[in-house]
Design a protein around this ligand. Structure first.
Ligand code: 6PG
Length: 246
């Protein structure tokens, strides 16, 4: 994978710091070039540390939040104040602590019926990124996590959303969780300029090895291969498994 870099970090603090430094650098570049920085945020638990670090004075003061637009790569189909909500997680770890205009925060409406929420978000993306290149929004940065089953965003193995090639946003029913979700689709993610995975913890070592060392295909995260973009894997030592020895 030519446009892929792997950064193995000693621990999650170093991972968060390196990812925060990348966020600041990309924000500066995008805002200088286009007057704005459009980011799709990852959900789950791993990114919380990065978002909290970005909210500290050390990093927040380096970011022109007025020109930053935050989107979500996926969302659980729950209310925005629900414990499972990715919006709530970001609000608590980041939004509540930074001077970002409310109109720059583009959450997925998890409280709506999945199809309606997906369609509404698609409209919002088309409006914000207009004029679209090749009918696709081009995010400056997409942050992604990695599940032990190789899922990323809410693109789970066997999910119909994985094969969605027309929609920008798709509903995704996750059978094993008995949960409805919303997710950006592969064409959108693979149209991004910079995609950064945040992977921590020894429970991820096996799937990391499968995807990055054995290059076993088929996993949703292995299908993140941007045509005109860079992929960075920020991985902690304990998640890197024998990758760290190579
Ligand atoms: C979500 C995420 C999901 C997550 C992985 C890893 O909404 O949960 O989009 O793809 O990134 O499941 O989750 P952890 O960071 O909690 O291990």
């Amino acid at each position: 994978m030519t446009n892929t870099e792997i950064i193995i970090c000693s621990d999650v603090d170093e991972l968060n710091r390196k990812a925060a430094e990348q966020f600041v650098a990309l924000a500066r570049q995008a805002i200088a070039a286009r007057g704005r920085f459009a980011v799709a945020l990852a959900g789950g638990s791993t990114p919380k540390g990065l978002y909290s670090l970005l909210a500290t004075g050390e990093f927040s003061e380096q970011i022109a939040w007025q020109q930053v637009h935050l989107f979500w790569g996926d969302e659980r189909c729950v209310a925005p104040d629900h414990a499972e909500s990715n919006f709530r997680m970001v609000k608590e770890s980041l939004l509540a602590k930074i001077p970002i205009p409310s109109e720059n925060v583009h959450r997925m409406a998890g409280e709506l019926a999945p199809l309606a929420a997906a369609a509404a978000y698609e409209r919002e993306l088309k409006e914000f990124f207009s004029p679209l290149e090749k009918n696709l929004p081009r995010f400056d940065l997409l942050l992604l996590g990695l599940g032990e089953d190789g899922h990323t965003a809410s693109l789970f193995p066997g999910s119909s959303a994985l094969n969605e090639s027309a929609r920008l946003v798709a509903p995704s029913y996750v059978e094993k969780l008995d949960a409805h979700r919303l997710t950006l689709t592969l064409p959108v993610i693979n149209h991004g300029a910079q995609i950064s995975f945040l992977v921590a913890g020894k429970s991820k070592a096996s799937i990391v090895t499968e995807i990055l060392r054995r290059e076993t295909g088929g996993y949703p995260a292995a299908r993140i291969q941007p045509a005109r973009g860079q992929v960075t894997w920020f991985i902690t030592q304990d998640a890197a498994g024998d990758l760290a020895m190579s």
